[in-house]
Design a protein around this ligand. Structure first.
Ligand SMILES: [Zn+2]
Length: 432
C-alpha cells in the first residue's frame, strides 16, 4: 500500500482529473469499449452442463468482451449463478431459477420439493429475480406458483416468466405489487406485446431468442412502433439455454447494436441497457445490502455474541491507536478514520466505518467514494452511506456496498462538507 494524503480544492481536483483522463485515454487506457454501446443481457443461464463445458472465468471474459453492462443469470442448479456472481459482482445480477437440473421445466409447478429448494436458496443468497420459470395458462393458479409469487413479494424479487399472456396476467393479479419480466416477450407479436404493456404497468419484456427482431440489421415498422410507444419497458437477452450458446453473447450484442441504429438514439440506449439497468439494479442493490446485513448479524450472533463490535464506541475509535488496516486522514483540528470491515478484495462488496473525530463536528458531513485516477472512473455501484452516531466531538457513518471491481491503483476520496466550504481528502491504495 502506498500512503499519502493531499488536500485539494474539489474544483481543481475535477479539472486535473479530466486532463489526466484525456491523456491517459489517448495513450494507454485498457478500456477498448469506450464508444461501444453497452448491453444489459437480461436472459442468461449457466446451468450444470454449461459449468462443465466453460469455466466461470471464461464466461466472465466473454461477457466483458461483449461490453455487457449487466448480466441477469439464472441457472439449473444455482451453483453456476453463484460462481459467476462471486467472480464479478459488478456485472452479474443473480436470478433464482427454481430448477435443480435440466429438464424440470414441465414438472416444477407440481413438485412440492421445489419450494424447499427455493426457500433454502433464499436463506443462503440474495437475488434480484425469481425465474426464469416456465408456466402457462391456468397452471399459474396452482399452489406452488402461488407460493412463488408470495416469496417474490416477501423477498423483493421480480418474476421472470417464460409464459403466455394468460399466465402473466394471472401472476400479476395475485399481488398488487408484484412485477413481471416477461421472458421472450411471450414469443408474441409486437402488437400483442404492446397490448400487454399498455394494460399492465408492472410488466417489462425481454427479447431473448427473438432473432427475427432486427434480422438483416434493420427493424421493421411494427417493432419500431413498439419500442417508441414503450421506450422504458423492452430489453435484450441472449438466452444461453444450451452450453454452447454462452459463446454467442458477443455476437448477439453486436447484432443488437446493428438493428438498434433503426431507433432514435435515446430509445436505442434504453433498449440496449438502460431499461434492464433501471428495472433490476434498484432491486438488486437493495437485496444484496439487506442480504449482507442478514449474513453479518447471523455471523456476529454465532461468533461474537457482542455484535455491536464494529460500531461500538466512537470514543474508542477516536482515542485508540489506528488498527492495522485503518486509514487516518488529518484536517487542521480533526481526524478522519476509515475502518474497512473486512479485507479489501477485487469485486467483493466492502463496508467501511467512517469516523470524524474533532472538537466541533456539529455541522460537518462526510461522504466517501473510491475511484481509479488512471482510468478516470469510479465504482460501478453507488455505496449507501448511513449516519450511525453523532455528538459534539465525533460523527460516524457506515458506508456499505463499496465494490472495487478491478485490480490496480485506487483512491479513497473523503468529502468533508462544512458550513464554510467543502474539502476533499484523498488516500491512494492498491487492490491486487
Ligand atoms: Zn425461456
Amino acid at each position: 500500500m502506498t500512503n499519502y494524503i493531499m488536500k485539494l480544492n474539489p474544483l481543481m481536483l475535477g479539472l486535473s482529473a479530466c486532463l489526466m483522463l484525456t491523456a491517459a485515454n489517448a495513450a494507454e487506457d485498457t478500456h477498448q469499449h469506450e464508444h461501444v454501446l453497452p448491453i444489459s443481457d437480461t436472459h442468461l443461464h449457466y446451468s450444470h452442463d454449461s459449468v462443465e463445458m466453460t469455466p466461470p472465468e471464461r464466461v466472465i471474459e466473454i461477457m466483458r468482451e461483449a461490453n455487457l453492462k449487466l448480466a441477469l443469470v439464472s441457472s439449473s442448479d444455482d451453483n453456476g449463478t453463484q460462481l459467476l456472481s462471486d467472480l464479478a459482482p459488478d456485472l452479474i445480477v443473480p436470478g433464482l431459477r427454481p430448477y435443480r437440473k435440466r429438464g424440470e421445466t414441465g414438472t416444477w409447478f407440481k413438485d412440492e420439493t421445489i419450494l424447499d429448494y427455493v426457500e433454502a436458496l433464499l436463506e443462503e443468497n440474495s437475488y434480484a429475480t425469481i425465474g426464469e420459470f416456465h408456466l402457462y395458462g391456468e397452471n399459474a393458479e396452482l399452489p406452488i406458483p402461488k407460493r412463488i409469487v408470495e416469496l417474490a413479494v416477501e423477498h423483493n424479487l421480480i418474476l421472470h416468466a417464460h409464459s403466455d399472456a394468460e399466465a402473466v396476467e394471472r401472476l400479476l393479479a395475485q399481488d398488487p405489487t408484484v412485477k413481471v419480466l416477461w421472458a421472450h416477450s411471450g414469443f408474441d407479436s409486437p402488437e400483442e406485446i404492446a397490448a400487454m404493456l399498455g394494460k399492465h404497468d408492472r410488466l417489462w419484456a425481454d427479447l431473448a431468442f427473438r432473432s427475427e427482431v432486427g434480422s438483416g440489421g434493420k427493424l421493421s415498422e411494427d417493432w419500431i412502433k413498439l419500442f417508441t410507444d414503450f421506450p422504458d419497458r423492452m430489453m435484450l437477452g441472449t438466452d444461453s439455454y444450451t452450453p454452447e450458446r454462452m459463446f454467442y453473447i458477443p455476437e448477439h450484442a453486436e447484432s443488437a447494436r446493428q438493428w438498434l441504429t433503426s431507433l432514435p438514439q435515446e430509445v436505442a440506449e434504453n433498449v440496449a441497457w438502460k431499461n434492464g439497468h433501471n428495472l433490476l439494479m434498484p432491486v438488486w442493490n437493495k437485496n444484496r445490502i439487506d442480504g449482507a446485513h442478514m449474513a453479518k448479524s447471523k455471523h456476529d450472533s454465532m461468533s461474537h455474541g457482542d455484535h455491536k463490535h464494529d460500531t461500538m464506541s466512537v470514543d474508542k475509535v477516536c482515542n485508540s491507536a489506528a488498527g492495522e488496516n485503518d486509514i487516518v486522514l488529518r484536517q487542521q483540528d480533526s481526524t478522519i478514520r476509515l475502518h474497512p470491515q473486512g479485507d479489501i478484495k477485487v469485486s467483493e462488496p466492502l463496508n467501511v466505518l467512517l469516523t470524524l473525530c474533532g472538537n466541533n463536528t456539529e455541522n460537518v458531513e462526510l461522504a466517501l467514494d473510491a475511484l481509479m485516477p488512471a482510468h478516470g472512473h469510479g465504482m460501478n455501484y453507488e455505496p449507501v452511506i448511513t449516519e450511525i452516531s453523532r455528538d459534539n466531538s465525533a460523527v460516524q457513518y457506515q458506508v456499505e456496498g463499496l465494490v472495487l471491481h478491478m485490480p490496480g491503483n485506487w483512491q479513497w476520496q473523503v468529502e468533508v462538507k462544512t458550513e464554510t466550504g467543502d474539502e476533499t481528502l484523498q488516500h491512494d491504495f492498491n487492490v491486487e
